[in-house]
Design a protein around this ligand. Structure first.
Ligand code: SF4
Ligand code: SF4
Length: 166
């Protein structure tokens, strides 16, 4: 039940086709609006991963992805069994898939932000290193200039002393 609904028989079976599931009209939700959850727990009994689909979906619907994750959202294998058995016609697996997509997008964003932060820090360190090296080179040049000036002054003083003696 993890596949996608095919509405035409003119679809070939290819190497990647894992199986074909033929369901009668009475076995599928043909678009009837979902009714409120009656807490029958059929979805819980059917979940092969031992999850609580109704509880996870309740967190997803209230936009609390962290709580949904704590309840095992990421362990859901999107088999669709919970949605299939739900007598209220609640599209549980669609909610779960949507939430997993949101989580993945959030994680991608967080990773991107971390990478950008690391790049900015590396750039800032490089600029600081370059500024330090520049300042050291300038200080060295200044010290050399002062040494040369002092040597020239000393030479001039020595020459003057020689001339005075002569
Ligand atoms: S199967 Fe449907 S109606 Fe029953 S508890 Fe789960 S979500 Fe609620
Ligand atoms: S779709 Fe996810 S929550 Fe629903 S029965 Fe399958 S594993 Fe369990």
């Amino acid at each position: 039940m993890m596949g996608i609904a095919i509405t035409s028989l003119h679809v070939p079976i290819i190497k990647g086709s894992g199986g074909v599931l033929m369901l009668t009209e009475s076995e599928i939700n043909t678009g009837a609006a979902a009714t409120p959850c009656v807490r029958c727990s059929a979805c819980v009994s059917a979940c092969p991963m031992g999850l609580l689909p109704l509880e996870i979906v309740a967190r997803v619907r209230s936009n609390d992805l962290a709580a949904a994750q704590e309840l095992g959202l990421k362990d859901c294998i999107s088999c669709g069994t919970c949605a299939f058995v739900c007598s209220s016609g609640i599209p549980l697996v669609q909610y779960l898939n949507h939430a997993k997509g949101e989580l993945a997008a959030n994680e991608r964003d967080a990773k991107k932000q971390a990478e950008l932060r690391a790049l900015a820090e590396a750039r800032s360190e490089r600029l600081q290193r370059e500024a330090r090296a520049k300042a050291e080179a300038a200080a060295q040049r200044k010290a050399e200039r002062e040494r040369a000036r002092a040597a020239a002054k000393a030479a001039a003083a020595a020459k003057k002393a020689e001339q005075t003696l002569a």
